[in-house]
Design a protein. Structure first.
Length: 235
C-alpha cells in the first residue's frame, strides 16, 4: 500500500518540516577605521526557502566595548554569544575593567572550536580597547581565528569580493568606513536572495557605541533594480 500523502488531496505537496534548522543566509561585515570599528549586517533570517524573519538583529553585544556578528545557524550563534557574555561578565567582575577585544574573540573561538562537530557558526568579533584600538577578528566554521583589518561572511559576501578588493583601504575616516560598509551591504542584498531586509550598523570608538538603523525603504536601488514602491499620488 503506498504511503499516505503528506498533504491529503494534493499529490506531490510536501508538508513543511518543523525540524528544518533556522539559518541566517546573510551578509555581515566589519571594518576598522581611523579611531574604531564598524560592524554592519542585513536582517534576513531564512528556513530553507521561507523567510522566517525580515528584521533579525545579527549584531550582538558581548560586553560594552565588544560586539559580534552572527552567521550560520541562528540557534547555534545565539548559544555561543550567550555563553561568552556570561564568561566576559565574570572576567570583568574579577578584573574590574573592560575586557580586551582579543580575549573576547578567543573566548568565542574556544566555544566554536570545542563544539565544531555540533555547531554551524561563523562569527566576526570586533571592538575597541585602550591597548589595541579598533580590532576585528574572524572566526570561521570549525573555530579558526584570524585578526584582519576587515572581515565579511555569509552567503552574500561572495557577491561583493570584487567591490571590497577595489574600494577597501587602510586608515579610512569614520564616514568613509560607514559609506563603504553600507554600499557593500547594499550590493550583497541586491544579488543574494538570502540577504535582505534592512541594515543595522554599530560603531565602536573610545567614546562609546553608536547604533544606526536603515529601513529597507531608505536603501537606494542598485543599477537595474526597481525602486522601492511608494504610495501613489492622488489629485
Amino acid at each position: 500500500m503506498p504511503p499516505a500523502s503528506p498533504c491529503p488531496g494534493l499529490d506531490g505537496c510536501m508538508a513543511p518540516s518543523t525540524s528544518t534548522p533556522v539559518s541566517m543566509g546573510t551578509t555581515i561585515i566589519a571594518v576598522t577605521f581611523n579611531g574604531g570599528v564598524i560592524l554592519a549586517a542585513d536582517s534576513r533570517t531564512s528556513t530553507g526557502n521561507y523567510i522566517a524573519n525580515r528584521v533579525t538583529d545579527k549584531i550582538t553585544p558581548l560586553c560594552d566595548n565588544v560586539y559580534t556578528l552572527r552567521s550560520g545557524s541562528a540557534a547555534d550563534t545565539q548559544a555561543i554569544a550567550g555563553y561568552v557574555q556570561h564568561f566576559i561578565a565574570q572576567h570583568q567582575a574579577e578584573e574590574g575593567e573592560h575586557i580586551n577585544v582579543k580575549t573576547a574573540a578567543n573566548l568565542v573561538k574556544m566555544m566554536a572550536y570545542n563544539n565544531k562537530d555540533n555547531l554551524q557558526a561563523g562569527l566576526i568579533v570586533a571592538g575597541y580597547d585602550k591597548h589595541g584600538g579598533g580590532q576585528v577578528f574572524s572566526i570561521s566554521l570549525g573555530g579558526t581565528i584570524t585578526e584582519t583589518s576587515f572581515a565579511m561572511s555569509g552567503s552574500g559576501s561572495t557577491y561583493i569580493n570584487g567591490f571590497v578588493d577595489k574600494y577597501w583601504r587602510e586608515g579610512m575616516s569614520e564616514q568613509e568606513a560607514m559609506d563603504f560598509v553600507t554600499k557593500a551591504l547594499r550590493y550583497a542584498m541586491t544579488w543574494d536572495a538570502s540577504s535582505g531586509g534592512c541594515m543595522r550598523t554599530v560603531t565602536i570608538t573610545a567614546s562609546g557605541v553608536k547604533r544606526t538603523f536603515i529601513p529597507g525603504s531608505d536603501i537606494p536601488p542598485t543599477y537595474g533594480e526597481l525602486p522601492f514602491p511608494t504610495a501613489p499620488v492622488r489629485a
